[in-house]
Design a protein. Structure first.
Lengths: 267, 339, 265
């Protein structure tokens, strides 16, 4: 495990240093990343031009959902998002080269093309989150305050695990694996909004099948003291860390199976 | 001599599902890339691994490095099992793929070397010494800050070679290392490898189509065809076993009927291909022809590995077939029907 | 002319082979279509008509625009097939070919759009129609105007991307220029939110910019948002943008041809 972390940091640092050779380009890419991802927040602002509350939530509350989802997503994207390029490695034959080296294949793929540019999204989401926290009308108890970082961390691991699961699918599916974007990028998009805009079946699916509801929605119901459209028992709202852990274990096992499949069939 | 590489009855079968165009059905073909392969390589040997395309050479190397898992059989490299101990084994192995680089495509060469240093945990002193040595021998000084994708083929191959040897591996796999290189670069790389083997005792398995590589470097030659070992011995033994005549290519002043008294195998306008009988001297034949005909130009064609292997596998009539059972004449690169 | 038809046809054939990838993309677009629809449904709970759209129109807008992303391709920034050639400087060679550079690329792009229409536009619409009531065109003028508007949208989108590609060539920076173009396209095309929902002066501005002609206009034509002469006006606006932007493109191409240096090895 320590080996893996070490290898990751090493690769990430080398990429960062290489990119730092072109500071202008890097800045422009980071800024444009910031702006592109910030557009979603602007859309929410526009929506609130037409109505004072949205699905029963105020603007700061929706911004809170947006911010927490965004921060979790951005950290996961920056650290492990490169995994989605696995298909490219397989087609180019570079996955074989990865298997030649004395380091974990997952770490190598995840650290590939590590770019600080992805932190553009993180900055933007963090700013929005900060503003939301400052303007939200919440009865802040110790419990509620503590839940916020736990929520963000769990969310990060949930997105990370979804990324790895989606990437593993590329061992089988080749180019068609783009469908997994629906879970990662789509997951980020939908959790920016209160999930009660979806039908109950959809919310159930996002709770028990693809557990995106645990990224920010369920913990947020506790913080914002909002009713649960599914009427789940209260402890579920605190289950995010457990769900994240479980999902990571599943993702790790599935990944291992994927690599084993690749090594048996050659591609 | 210690055994460093050991394959026992190794087989690798691929199931390919191909969809024929305009059909909704997928036909399954079973490809036996490697079929009952067994050999051992001792420490410090330089072995040429030859065979036609599709014979199973790349598959063998991939199994030796742990990239591919064999369908059956046993592999031991440096006492380790490539499947289960992939990362441990990787520290002792260096690989150069001719067709594809092992370096990081978008990074400068220097960064690739740095990454290798850290991934393979090379001590700073040894790294510095090896790097300087490689940069010197392979003339990489001016290329260190160039991104790998901007290097020419020859430069990239030299970079790959340096990368493969920075960690002083005991075993080196070279897959077509001189392909596409000019004569000077080929000679330099061959010399480099020879020195390496002599000074450090590095075991080298060299996959190649280039007879020059084999002649220069390999004490021992293995020929693989249709996934089986068709020959294992020295190059001179191979040549003796399968005498393939050299050919004298004669350009006459004008088109003419085949010359008399010699074995003409092909005529194309003023050019004629003449077989040089085994044991005969090309010089003697040349003198004879020049005396009798108006010869404008000539050259000698060496038999290619393909010719040798082809003859080897098809076998001249009356000789025992090197493979252990009768086969139909070789068709290049096709799948063997399942046993 | 025959040359461009050949280019178009071969482009169609080439892009038709990316079936698996296109369908995968269509799946993702469909999922996003549903999500955006639910976002707007929640908004429309507060008022029956917003920005001139009722709920059915708004939902249809989501699936329609998600479907049009593929053929209209305005979010690609520049022309991806040219991106590598700009980076290496090979684009200098293309500029000196005897055929009309812009025409050639336009024919290729139109060819790309044809299979994209089948693989990427129909699935979201079909999926949306299965779950929701969608608003379909109900008059002959509208049915006729839709393909015209979509084709013009592709041309306008091409002309924008063509200019982006030229800018990237002149500035030696494909990624930077492209990313700016993507941001502008995302914001002003209407993909995120129908442009009439943009507040105040921003909304007015957005509808005057060329990006509106790439997505918002064909969507509004489909939804029957234009009555009578307004329809002609909308199509006319697309034509005007196409002519102007293609014209600027041709002019700049000539200048670039004179000035371009070969970058890289």
């Amino acid at each position: 495990m320590a080996d893996a972390v070490r290898a990751y940091c090493l690769l990430a640092w080398t990429w960062t240093r290489a990119l730092a050779q072109y500071p202008a380009s890097l800045t422009m890419l980071t800024v444009s990343q910031l702006v592109v991802t910030g557009i979603d927040a602007i859309v929410i602002l526009f929506i609130f031009e037409h109505t004072p509350t949205y699905a029963g939530f105020s603007l700061p509350e929706v911004m809170f959902l947006y911010g927490t989802s965004g921060v979790s997503f951005a950290i996961a994207d920056a650290t492990i998002g490169s995994v989605e390029r696995l298909g490219r490695h397989i087609r180019a034959g570079t996955f074989d080269v990865i298997l030649l080296r004395p380091a974990s294949a997952l770490v190598q793929v995840a650290a590939d093309q590590f770019s600080p540019r992805r932190l553009g999204k993180l900055v933007q989401a963090a700013v929005v989150l900060g503003v939301a926290l400052a303007t939200m009308d919440v009865d802040w108890t110790v419990g509620r305050i503590a839940i916020v970082p736990v929520m963000i961390l769990s969310g990060t691991f949930i997105f990370g695990a979804l990324w790895v699961l989606g990437a593993t699918y590329q061992f089988l599916a080749g180019e068609a694996a783009e469908v997994m974007n629906a879970a990662t990028y789509g997951g980020n998009f939908v959790t920016q909004y209160p999930l009660n805009i979806l039908g109950r079946d959809a919310i159930r699916a996002l709770t028990w099948v693809i557990p995106l509801a645990f990224v920010n929605w369920l913990p947020a119901l506790y913080i914002l003291d909002q009713p649960d459209p599914l009427d789940l028992p209260a402890p579920v709202r605190f289950a995010a860390p457990l769900v994240a852990l479980l999902l990571c274990v599943i993702a790790a096992l599935v990944w291992r199976t994927g690599v084993r499949h690749y090594r048996s069939t050659g591609s | 001599m210690d055994t460093v590489i050991e394959l026992t009855d190794v087989a690798k079968t691929f199931t390919r599902r191909r969809r024929q165009s305009r059909s909704l059905l997928r036909t399954r073909t079973t490809v036996h890339a490697v079929n009952g392969l067994s050999f051992t390589v001792g420490a410090g040997e330089v072995v040429g691994y030859l065979g036609p395309n599709g014979a199973g050479k790349s598959t063998t190397v991939k199994m030796l490095t742990g990239i591919l898992v064999p369908s059956s059989g046993r592999i031991r490299v440096a006492g380790l099992e490539p499947i289960r101990q992939r990362t441990r084994l990787a520290r002792q192995v260096g690989v150069v793929f001719g067709q594809r680089t092992t370096l990081w495509w978008d990074l400068p060469l220097r960064d690739s070397f740095q990454l290798i240093r850290h991934l393979y945990r090379i001590e700073p002193a040894r790294y510095a010494r090896n790097l300087d040595h490689m940069v010197d021998l392979l003339e990489l000084g001016s290329l260190l800050d160039v991104p790998v994708r901007q290097l020419s083929l020859g430069q990239r191959m030299r970079g790959d070679l340096a990368a493969a040897l920075l960690h002083d591996p005991a075993i080196l796999y070279l897959d077509e290392p001189t392909i596409g290189l000019d004569v000077v670069s080929k000679a330099a790389i061959r010399q480099f490898l020879q020195d390496r083997n002599r000074d450090q005792g590095t075991t080298i398995l060299l996959t190649t189509h280039d007879l020059g590589d084999v002649e220069r470097l390999c004490d021992r030659v293995m020929v693989i065809d249709h996934g089986r070992l068709a020959f294992d011995g020295s190059l001179s033994e191979l040549r003796a076993l399968v005498p393939v005549p050299r050919v004298l290519v004669v350009d006459l002043a004008a088109a003419a009927p085949p010359m008399a008294g010699v074995q003409v195998v092909r005529v194309d306008g003023p050019r004629q291909w003449v077989e040089i009988p085994a044991g005969s001297s090309a010089a003697a034949l040349t003198a004879r022809l020049m005396a009798a005909y108006d010869v404008r130009d000539l050259s000698v064609e060496e038999p290619s590995i393909e010719d040798v292997v082809h003859r080897l596998y098809a076998g001249p009539p009356g000789r025992p077939d090197p493979a252990d059972r009768a086969t139909t004449p070789r068709t290049s690169g096709s799948a063997v029907p399942a046993r | 002319m025959r040359l461009y038809l050949t280019v178009l046809r071969s482009s169609v054939r080439r892009h038709a082979t990316y079936r698996a990838a296109s369908l995968a993309g269509a799946f993702t677009n469909t999922v996003f279509g549903f999500m955006r629809a639910y976002v707007l449904i929640a908004l429309w709970q507060t008022k029956p008509v917003i920005g001139g759209y009722d709920l059915t129109a708004a939902i249809t807008f989501c699936f329609l625009t998600q479907g049009l992303i593929g053929p209209i391709a305005v979010f690609q920034g520049g022309l991806p097939e040219m991106a590598e050639r700009i980076r290496t400087g090979d684009i200098a060679l293309d500029l000196y070919r005897p055929a009309d550079f812009q025409g050639w690329l336009l024919a290729t792009d139109l060819g790309r759009a044809v299979p994209d229409f089948w693989y990427r536009s129909l699935p979201p619409m079909l999926a949306g129609a299965l779950v929701f009531d969608l608003r379909l065109p109900d008059s002959p003028e509208v049915w006729l105007a839709v393909p015209v508007a979509i084709t013009l949208a592709i041309v306008v989108s091409f002309s924008i991307r063509y200019l982006v590609m030229l800018a990237a060539t002149l500035l030696f920076d494909e990624r930077g220029v492209s990313s700016v173009a993507v941001v502008l396209a995302l914001f002003f095309s209407g993909i995120l939110l129908p442009l009439p929902l943009f507040p105040g002066w921003l909304g007015t501005l957005a509808q005057l910019l060329p990006w509106a002609a790439t997505l918002q206009v064909p969507a509004d034509v489909f939804l029957g948002q234009y009555q009578g002469l307004e329809l002609l006006g909308a199509i006319g606006g697309q034509v005007a943008w196409a002519v102007v932007l293609l014209g600027i493109g041709r002019h700049v191409t000539t200048r670039v041809r004179h000035r371009v240096e070969v970058q890289g090895g």
